[in-house]
Design a protein around this ligand. Structure first.
Ligand code: HEC
Ligand code: HEC
Ligand code: HEC
Ligand code: HEC
Ligand code: HEC
Length: 388
């Protein structure tokens, strides 16, 4: 009796330990993102051709809102010229897969890339099916409300879709991933884990998919980037011939470092201008917010990114030039700063004319993605008009 009772107790305590360890999310994700993702295989007989299709526009016939939002997102651009131009130069499957794992992971996309089968599936980037379809079965978050209609045999609901670890698959290097100065090259999930957002349970989806919208706006979107920063500035004052002003920024809205990757660069600048709004040489003062790495990624040069809640200030104290009529404050974002440099250096080493053309196009895109997050022109004389 005693032995039975203690066996029961041991069993019960083991059961509670196991139950605590059995967080279903990592178990689901390990299987869902096991790479390479196996081919879907043949679809159930009752699927219509539309339900069999992996093309995002096919999903979009029924899921119109998700399709419209996704189409305008960076995920839909994940196999742009900058990626394909590099893939074309690769010699082994292992090299290609080291990139497609995040940029276009489905086996069917690999086939269209390498064997010219399945049409243009790889060119569509990170498609609906990459996140939602395995072995012809649809997976998604638990429904909000009731679906009157049925299609593709319903779907399997998982809380993993509501969890930041779903995104970490591609936005966080694993334990053995490449690191510089003890920080992973891609460290977004860990940065988030240390922030107050993690403590409040605000997942990546909370900011990047509000209301389940498939937008994924980030550093390329001026409105989204403005949400990351609070800006305080003091208007210019002239004291004993010295122009005094300040421009302070704080990461008050990004759930990770601002910016999180090594690829963008943010310039915080103040300079003087003449009456015809021309910058006056020698009057520019600036601070750069970025994780600056060497082009071959072998060294970190500096890391001035702002972790959540952290700020920086540019103090301006420069003699007023005799031509000075305006003081300009600007925050400029170059989302693809690193890539522009990489593409310029690749252009001299690429072999195939086809990849040269693609990288040339990617360089143009990278150079054209910069924008002003903030711009203000203060008149230094009462009669002049400022602009913002
Ligand atoms: C299968 C890999 C994968 C998964 C899963 C994934 N992403 Fe991405 N994500 C990418 C890639 C690749 C890019 C870059 C696309 C490009 O610009 O070429 C990207 C880009 C982004 C961007 C745009 C960044 C910018 O520069 O503006 C945001 C924001 C983003 N992802 C958020 C998320 C969130 C939130 C999740 C989870 C719901 C998620 N991603 C899941 C691979 C993934
Ligand atoms: C762990 C996931 C992951 C892997 C693996 C990965 N990338 Fe990316 N890649 C991303 C994310 C996330 C972004 C967007 C953030 C950024 O711009 O840095 C991105 C952006 C890019 C961009 C710039 C955006 C664009 O579409 O032009 C290029 C080019 C690129 N990756 C090429 C590659 C190549 C080549 C490889 C393989 C050597 C590779 N990536 C492997 C996640 C990944
Ligand atoms: C990068 C991964 C990713 C891609 C690509 C993606 N989704 Fe989603 N999808 C998600 C996540 C994550 C959620 C859950 C978001 C949440 O609940 O916060 C979701 C939710 C959904 C839902 C449930 C919406 C609701 O209101 O209940 C549908 C339907 C859906 N996606 C369809 C699509 C379609 C169609 C596409 C392509 C046009 C697509 N998804 C592309 C990750 C993705
Ligand atoms: C013929 C119309 C149709 C097509 C095509 C279609 N779906 Fe659906 N989908 C539906 C309907 C209807 C539901 C609701 C099903 C249910 O509750 O049983 C649904 C449910 C879903 C869900 C779950 C939504 C939730 O609440 O979590 C996801 C995810 C999803 N579809 C993704 C896709 C993807 C990805 C594709 C393309 C590969 C696709 N669907 C193609 C009609 C369609
Ligand atoms: C509190 C809101 C918030 C949360 C939570 C959040 N983000 Fe962001 N994220 C932003 C804002 C705002 C930006 C634009 C400014 C920037 O780039 O930092 C951004 C930018 C990005 C970018 C663009 C690339 C870059 O260099 O900045 C990616 C990728 C991204 N987030 C992924 C994620 C992932 C993955 C998670 C979860 C681990 C997450 N975000 C959590 C608000 C958030």
């Amino acid at each position: 009796m005693g032995a039975l009772k203690s066996a029961l107790l041991i069993f019960l305590s083991m059961w509670t330990v196991c139950a605590a360890a059995q967080d279903p999310v990592p178990i689901f994700l390990q299987k869902h993102w096991a790479f390479p993702i196996p081919e879907q295989g043949s679809a159930p007989k009752f699927y219509t051709p539309l339900e069999r299709s992996l093309q995002p526009q096919s999903c979009g016939i029924c899921h119109t809102d998700q399709y419209r939002a996704w189409k305008g997102s960076r995920h839909a651009l994940a196999m742009g010229p900058g990626v394909i131009g590099q893939l074309l130069e690769m010699k082994s499957m292992a090299e290609v897969r080291a990139c497609t794992r995040c940029h276009a992971p489905l086996a069917e996309q690999e086939k269209s890339l390498l064997l010219h089968r399945n049409g243009d599936l790889h060119e569509r980037g990170l498609i609906c099916a990459d996140c939602h379809v395995r072995r012809n079965i649809r997976y998604g978050p638990p429904s909000i409300g009731k679906n009157a209609a049925r299609a593709h045999g319903g779907f399997v609901a998982s809380d993993a879709f509501l969890d930041g670890r779903f995104c970490a698959t591609c936005h966080q290097f694993g334990k053995d991933g490449y690191a510089l100065q003890g920080k992973m090259l891609e460290n977004t999930y860990n940065e988030w884990l240390q922030s107050s957002y993690a403590k409040q349970g605000i997942q990546c989806q909370g900011c990047h998919m509000p209301g389940r919208e498939h937008l994924w706006k980030g550093i390329h979107d001026p409105e989204m980037s403005r949400k990351a920063l609070s800006i305080e500035r003091s208007a210019p004052e002239l004291r004993h011939g010295i122009l005094i002003a300040s421009l302070a920024v704080k990461n008050s809205g990004a759930g990770h470092d601002f910016p999180t990757y090594v690829t963008p660069r943010v310039l915080v600048q103040i300079w003087q201008e003449s009456g015809d709004e021309k910058p006056i040489r020698g009057t520019l003062r600036e601070r750069i917010i970025e994780r600056d790495v060497s082009p071959d990624l072998s060294a970190e040069i500096s890391d001035t990114r702002l972790s959540p809640g952290k700020g920086m200030i540019l103090d301006y104290r420069v003699p007023s030039d005799k031509m000075a009529r305006y003081l300009v404050m600007r925050i400029r974002v170059e989302p693809d700063h690193y890539y522009a440099g990489l593409y310029r250096s690749l252009l001299s080493s690429l072999m195939k004319p086809e990849s040269k053309a693609l990288i040339g196009a990617a360089l143009k895109n990278a150079e054209n993605s910069a924008y002003d997050l903030h711009f203000e022109r203060f008149p230094l004389r009462p009669s002049d008009k400022g602009t913002a």
